[in-house]
Every structure is written in C-alpha cells, then in structure tokens.
Design a protein around this ligand. Structure first.
Ligand code: ADP
Ligand code: MG
Length: 295
C-alpha cells in the first residue's frame, strides 16, 4: 500500500492510500485515505506541482468565504522519503450523498423544473461569492461539480483555479479549461492563458442552460453550415438555438422554455456577450434571477 505523510497545522501523520476515486484526472488522481475515511488525497502529476505550496496557502486563506460549497484542501500531502509536497487532502464527497453533475445532465431528466432552477441558483451563488473573493474558477464545467439530492452543488478541483499570487508575485494560473464551456475569446488560446470573471460568467451561463433546458445552448446543426458540427464551431459562428437560430437539435421534442427573466440573461450572454464579455450577466445577477425562478 502506498504511504504518504499528511500535514496540517504543523502536525504530521503517515497514512496509506486505498482505492482510486472517480475517473483518472488530467492534473492528478484522487484516492481514498485508509486511515481517514472521510477524506481523499489528490496526488498531482509532477508537471502540476508548480507553486503548489503558494496555491494551498491561497486556498486556505479563501476557505472562510464559502466553507460549504467547495471541497477545500484541508491538509498537504508529502511523499514519505524526501517530504516533497505532492498533493492535498480534502473531504470525501461520497457517492452515497453526492452525484457528478455530468451524470445528472446526461441521464433522462428526473425531477421537477424547480429542482434544476434551485441547483442553478445554488451554483451561481457560489460563483458570486468566489468572484467577490478574487477567485476565477477557470475550468467551470459539470465534470468539476458534484450535487446532493437537495440540489446543493459542490465544486471540486479547487487546485486548478486561477488565484491571486503572494504579494509581488503573478497570479497562479488555471492550467486547463474544457472547450465546451470556454468563452469565445479563450478558444484556440494556450492552456494557461489568463482567465477572467467574464470567462467564468460564460461557463456559468452554459451550465445554467444545460440545467434548465437540458441541452448545450450551442448544440445542434445549422441548415447550411459546413462541418465540423459541434458546440465550439457554433459558438464561433454565433449559432445559438436558445436565441432562435434555426438548428436541428440532437433530441426529439422541443426543450422546455426558460422563464422570461432568465431568458433575458441568456440573450445578453450569448447575444452581445459573445463578442463583448462586458455584456455577460454577473454570477450574482444569475443567482437572483434563478432563485426567483426556483421560488
Ligand atoms: N473531494 C472529492 N470527493 C469525491 N470525489 C472526488 C473529490 N475530488 C475529486 N473527486 C473525483 O476525482 C475526479 C478527478 O478529480 P479532479 O480534482 O477534478 O481532478 P483533475 O484536476 O485531474 O480534473 C473527479 O472527477 C471526481 O470523480
Ligand atoms: Mg477536474
């Protein structure tokens, strides 16, 4: 069994890692901790350990801004021999209480529309608090969100956020974002390029649409569009079925119509906000409109 050292508040203990949790990650792998069943360890690939110490300090300082909706790192993980920093420990969000948002979105839609609006409002509220605290999530995507039955959404992968650096140091970059949730100005840019609140706002709007109407807002095939037929090509060409572009959609039957107050935010984000990020509604504007829709 692989042994590691956990360090928190200056105290160290040796632990063993058990089974792998979830899918093989791009930045690191997540493992159960045999001696601490309520926690998991994320061991980062060596290429993703740059400034990890600074990153974990920044996350520790941010934790009070939103203690509940993020799987915050709670300890450092050191390799047993040289005590090099190789990862972090965080609370284990067990499948008994938490499901990946990707599963919820992929499966048949179960539950009333209100539950989906509650989930969307919850995520928007979390993002609003993080933005106020100076965080840019960067890879804001359903793969980094777990949900409870009560539609409380928790963000994982906090070690991939773009964070303010120590005084006098550059920001800690976000290493990766998924194309389907990338704001148009980031498409085709190098992986570590600077993200902004505005790029998170775009990703939030896409996830909100997926939650509320069950479909990516730039899904579908336009009548006379050349291949490739994917969301990225549609984002680049401004073909958005949610804004009324004639598109053949993957699923039979018309998707549900969002409430008017929410539709206005989609129109601002995916219409003028596609080329001018300043038009994208803030996370708090989304939280407000969505909690009204969920009421
Ligand atoms: N705190 C956690 N509790 C339970 N499962 C987790 C937790 N953090 C991550 N996972 C699982 O591990 C996978 C990879 O974690 P993630 O932090 O997203 O890695 P990467 O940085 O490589 O994307 C996730 O998709 C999820 O299935
Ligand atoms: Mg991830």
């Amino acid at each position: 069994m692989r042994r590691f050292v956990l360090e928190s508040d200056g105290r160290r203990r040796t632990v063993s890692l058990g089974a792998r949790v979830g899918t093989v990650g791009a930045q690191g792998d997540v493992w159960r901790i045999v001696d601490a069943p309520g926690h998991v360890a994320k061991i980062l690939r060596s290429s993703h350990r740059d400034r990890l110490d600074e990153r974990l300090d920044a996350l520790a300082a941010l934790r009070p801004t939103d203690p509940d909706r993020v799987a915050w790192p709670v300890a450092r993980v050191l390799s047993p021999g040289d005590e090099a920093l190789v990862g972090l420990a965080m609370p284990y969000l067990s499948p008994a209480t938490h499901r990946p948002l990707t599963d919820v979105l992929r499966g048949p839609r179960k539950g009333p529309d209100r539950t989906f609006a509650t989930a969307a409002a919850d995520l928007a509220g979390t993002l609003a608090r993080l933005h106020r605290a100076g965080v840019v999530v960067g890879d804001l995507a359903p793969a980094n969100v777990l949900t409870t039955r009560q539609a409380r959404l928790t963000l994982i992968d906090a070690d991939g956020w773009q964070l303010p650096g120590r005084p006098g140091r550059p920001p800690l970059p976000c290493p990766f974002s998924r194309d389907e949730y990338k704001a148009p100005e980031l498409l085709g840019r190098p992986p570590g390029v600077a993200r902004t609140d505005f790029s998170d706002r775009w990703a939030l709007a896409v996830i909100v649409a997926e939650l509320l109407v069950g479909l990516h807002p730039f899904a579908g095939v336009a009548p006379d569009a050349p291949p490739p037929y994917d969301e990225v090509a549609n984002v680049e060409a401004g073909r958005c079925w949610l804004l009324g572009h004639p598109m053949t959609l993957p699923d039979a039957g018309p998707p549900p119509k969002p409430p008017a107050s929410v539709q206005r935010l989609f129109e601002a984000c995916f219409g003028p906000g596609r080329t001018d990020p300043r038009h994208r509604p803030t996370a708090s504007a989304w939280a407000y409109a969505l909690s009204e829709a969920a009421a």
